[in-house]
Write a protein that binds this ligand. Structure first.
Ligand SMILES: [Ca+2]
Length: 393
């Protein structure tokens, strides 16, 4: 990953003037060629090209970095899946682990996951994170918590969970998750299906759901199932497989991205109370090569993704770009790909994808993408010897 000679090759390869063609971004053949998109450009949108970013190592030697969040005034917080949260200064100096995290179930895909700066941080220093919570009988479940970050950035206090997924499971698979805020006091928490897709359709469980609660974990009165008993009242949308990317778009709405099986990664714009189909409909197949369920891509009462990928990109985190440093990326969605390992750039118009670029293929498994206040872009590279890369111009 951190080999300058390879980085130079990537830079040269992508050093092409802004252009757009009618052919899709380079990718392999579909796993399920018989599936057709439900509308034009739901997949394989025309390829775009932008001029190359400069790449620098920002932080070396992180163990499976998973989430990043820039602090007001500079510097950022970064999680490591094994169960750590650290501060990184504006010049890339890495702190010792911040003390005060709850008990974390670190195993399989579980551990310390996303981190976000609370909307009221300037007043109360509250930060938020998602993690695999260890239950008393040593099962793991996705949870979201918040705590107060000390002025010296070394300690969390007043830690409390604001969401705990039910039921817990012994599975090490599909914990999600991201945590994002709208500008009206709502917290969205994305989850995964814990390797049991049927539960994503079960509204009595918070497996395979997008969750919406207040900043302190209460059910907002306008939630789609607010009049139902908990935990259904916490559900915003359902039928999701494993949502590891989420952000609020320029339209003020929640956008999410989820892992499909073999084929069928999806970009969604989840609306309240709606069913996003997993595992009943989708654009992938089982890892065995057999169809998922009845092999359907469309069904009444189930929503279509805005966009899908086959073969998969294995999406991590994502962010909309808005800054002067990369003017040709303005308004675009930047998505981290774990496999094949690249930055995926989507251009949207009227809620549809109209262009796609694959940038920095082979750079490594990108778990998260953070657009910094200065317009640079940080990529969290997941690996035993992972780290953070900084893209600039
Ligand atoms: Ca779906």
């Amino acid at each position: 990953m951190f080999r300058p000679t390879l980085l130079l090759i990537f830079t040269a390869f992508t050093s092409v003037a802004l252009a757009q063609s009618d052919t899709p971004a380079p990718q392999g053949p579909p796993n399920v060629p018989e599936f057709a998109p439900a509308f034009p450009e739901q997949t394989r949108a025309p390829a775009m090209q932008s001029s190359a970013p400069e790449i620098a190592i920002f932080v070396d030697k992180l163990e499976h970095p998973w989430g990043m969040a820039e602090l007001p005034g500079g510097g950022l917080l970064v999680t490591e899946r094994a169960g750590r949260l650290r501060h990184v200064s504006a010049d890339g100096a890495l702190s010792e682990p911040i003390k005060g995290l709850p008990n974390i179930w670190a195993g399989g895909q579980g551990g310390m996951l996303d981190v976000a700066i609370g909307p009221t941080f300037a007043d109360d220093r509250l930060i938020y994170w998602t993690y695999a919570k260890a239950t008393p009988d040593n099962m793991g479940t996705t949870a979201a918590a918040r705590g107060r970050l000390s002025e010296d950035l070394g300690q969390l206090t007043d830690v409390q969970d604001i969401f705990v997924q039910t039921p817990a499971s012994r599975s090490g698979a599909h914990f999600g998750s991201r945590i994002v805020f709208d500008d009206a006091g709502h917290t969205f928490i994305t989850t995964g299906d814990r390797g049991d897709g049927d539960q994503a359709q079960d509204l009595s469980r918070t497996i395979g759901k997008v969750i919406r609660v207040t900043l302190d974990g209460k059910v907002p009165p306008d939630n789609p199932f607010a009049n139902q008993p908990a935990p259904q009242s916490e559900i915003w949308s359902y039928g999701h497989r494993n949502v590891q990317g989420a952000t609020i778009g320029p339209d003020g709405a929640l956008w999410t991205i989820e892992h499909g099986p073999k084929g069928g990664d999806e970009l969604n714009r989840p609306e309240p109370g709606k069913n996003y189909g997993w595992p009943v409909i989708g654009y992938g197949e089982d890892y065995s090569g057999l169809p998922m369920g009845d092999g359907l891509t469309v069904r009444d009462g189930m929503e279509q993704p805005v966009y899908y990928w086959d073969p998969v990109i294995a999406p991590g985190g994502m962010a909309f770009y808005s800054s002067a440093m990369f003017p040709d990326w303005n308004g675009d969605l930047l998505i981290g790909s774990l496999n094949p390992g690249e930055l995926v750039r989507l251009r949207l118009a009227d809620g549809k994808v109209v262009g796609e670029e694959r940038i920095l293929r082979g750079i490594g498994r990108i778990r998260d993408v953070e657009v910094m206040a200065d317009g640079s872009v940080l990529l969290a590279i997941d690996a035993p010897n992972g780290g953070l890369l900084r893209l600039s111009r």
